[in-house]
Write a protein that binds this ligand. Structure first.
Ligand code: NAD
Length: 504
């Protein structure tokens, strides 16, 4: 049952430097998942709103690209400072709409700020190359220029970090950026827009449009949008990639995941259990890098499951604002129902339910969307709990006999976002990291999210497009190369034109 808070906020777009309700008449409720209350009414952008924002962005992109690198970078330094000063405020907004615990929300902001810091050093990445005297009196230089107007479409699970994977790099490289955040937790994007403005960013370089499929379609189809960055579930990533490509845009579309942690018998099982517990249940399992499958090799299995169960029983599930809370609710009632159903199906399929969080009720939060930590052992690959991305606090355990079998299991999975191996053997770690068909690999590290100066991206159904996100790949994605071959003839060395390929 949902109720309405006494204090419902109207959540508007941010177009051309100001909050704006837009011309659309549709709105959608925003919830606090810990209480089940409606806390906001979100305006959904119409096609006219999209046209307006894109026209503003187009004009802003032209003057922004002409703004010197030094001036652009100074604004990013200021923005970094403001984001740091407003970390607690941003974290509180995230927790109120997403549900994750405050410390985790602050951690998300910190990881977003890391990308801003990378973007502050963008001058290094935009230096270009120069070849002197490639032919007599001729030099070649190559450099990268911005695309123009780029849009970012982001998921609910990181309402600050994922927009920050995109916007700082897009803006630092000279583009105007339109953010279409998740409609489930949209408010942090407005504070970020205001902080960009306070930092001195010209109006129109960073804008926010709210909405769902209709708004996304309007951006994908718009002839004046040059590129799309998308992060979300695999079916939508695929759709966005196909549609944006059809409309001639550059596109990177990051999708869903099923991340395996392989635990070898030679691993430190205490360390493995501590880290897998945190990586499976942190943020209620709603991370694209969450560990959702433990692959227990040989004799590691019984001891590992016991240790995982012991730790899962100690996870404190509560409103994310409560001090000491480890884990908050999931995002919607529909999400809760889907998770409960997948757990029930695994039980019916014959898997062993070690810890069952389906019916957890948090005191004084009876209407909250809570699911407790759940561990399902002896899961087989054909079960829906394994084939589906559960995206909740559910860890399934598969038992295999060898490292080779574990690698085969991970490689056969259609997703390829993140994976980890827990081992004390360098040889096992090396074999695993070389043979595994996954984009981000951890050795005794369960959530191997690359730092901002490397790039983030999965393989197979976890990413559609050629570019990973942020870091060097982000710079390549938001710019295109230009090579200039030039001659400045002086009378004494003036060359003659040739009908054949020049050879001097
Ligand atoms: P989602 O795919 O439902 O939504 C993502 C975005 O797409 C939102 O902005 C949403 O408004 C929009 N959207 C939704 N339906 C659409 C449609 N039919 N047409 C066009 N646009 C549509 O994802 P979510 O539930 O917000 O986020 C969770 C998913 O995101 C999980 O699958 C998770 O693994 C994935 N994710 C992946 C990464 C990664 O880096 N690979 C990072 C974070 C989240």
């Amino acid at each position: 049952m949902t109720t309405t808070s006494t204090d419902v906020t109207e959540i508007q777009h941010f177009i051309n430097g100001a909050r704006n309700a837009g011309s659309g008449t549709d709105t959608q409720p925003v919830y606090n998942p810990a209480t089940g209350e409606i806390t906001g009414q979100l305006h959904l952008a119409s096609r006219e709103d999209v046209d307006q924002a894109v026209a503003v962005a187009r004009a802003a992109a032209e003057s922004w690209a002409e703004t010197s690198l030094v001036k652009r970078t100074k604004i990013l330094f200021k923005f970094q400072q403001l984001m740091t000063e407003h970390t607690d405020e941003l974290a509180a907004i995230i927790t109120s709409e997403h549900g994750k615990v405050l410390s985790d929300a602050a951690g998300e902001v910190a990881r977003g700020i890391e990308v801003i810091e990378y973007a502050c050093g963008i001058s290094q990445s935009l230096k270009g190359e120069f070849s002197d005297q490639v032919s007599t009196g001729i030099d070649v230089l190559s450099f990268r220029q911005p695309l123009g107007v780029v849009a970012g479409i982001t998921p609910f699970n990181f309402p600050v970090m994922v927009p920050m994977w995109m916007a700082p790099v897009a803006i630092a490289t000279g583009n105007a950026f339109i953010l279409k955040p998740s409609e489930r937790d949209p408010s942090a994007s407005l504070l970020m827009a205001e902080l960009f403005q306070q930092a001195g960013l010209p109006d129109g370089v960073f804008q926010v449009l709210h909405g769902g499929k209709d708004t996304v379609d309007a951006l994908l189809e718009h002839e004046d949008v040059d590129a799309i960055s998308f992060v979300g579930s695999t079916p939508i990533a695929k759709y966005v990639h196909e549609t944006a490509t059809k409309y001639g845009k550059r596109v990177q579309a990051l999708g869903g995941a099923k991340n395996h942690a392989v635990v070898m018998p030679d691993a430190d099982l205490e360390l493995a259990a501590d880290h897998i517990n945190a990586a499976a249940f942190g943020s209620a399992g709603q991370r694209c890098m969450a560990i959702s499958v433990a692959v227990a090799v040989g004799e590691a299995a019984d001891a590992l499951v016991d240790k995982l169960a012991e730790r899962a029983r100690g996870v404190k599930v509560a409103n994310g604002t409560e001090p000491g809370a480890d884990m908050g609710p999931v995002i919607t009632p529909a999400s809760k129902t889907r998770i409960q159903k997948l757990v029930s199906e695994a039980e019916a399929d014959g898997a062993a339910l070690v810890i069952d969080g389906r019916d957890l009720v948090v005191a004084d939060h009876e209407n909250g969307f809570f699911v407790g930590p759940t561990i399902i052992d002896k899961v087989h690959r054909e079960m829906s709990a394994y084939t589906e991305e559960i995206f909740g606090p559910v860890l399934v355990v598969l038992r295999v006999d060898s490292l080779a079998e574990a690698i085969e299991v991970v490689n056969a999975n259609p997703y390829g976002n993140g994976t980890a191996i827990f081992t004390s053997s360098g040889a096992h770690a090396r074999t695993f990291t070389r043979r595994i068909q996954v984009g981000m690999v951890g050795v005794n590290i369960p959530l191997p999210v690359p730092v901002a100066w490397h790039s983030f991206g999965g393989w197979k159904d976890s990413l559609f497009g050629e570019h990973h996100i942020y870091g060097p790949d982000g710079v390549r994605f938001y710019t295109r190369g230009k090579a200039v071959t030039q001659r400045w003839p002086e009378p004494a060395s003036a060359s003659t034109a040739s009908f054949a390929f020049p050879s001097n």
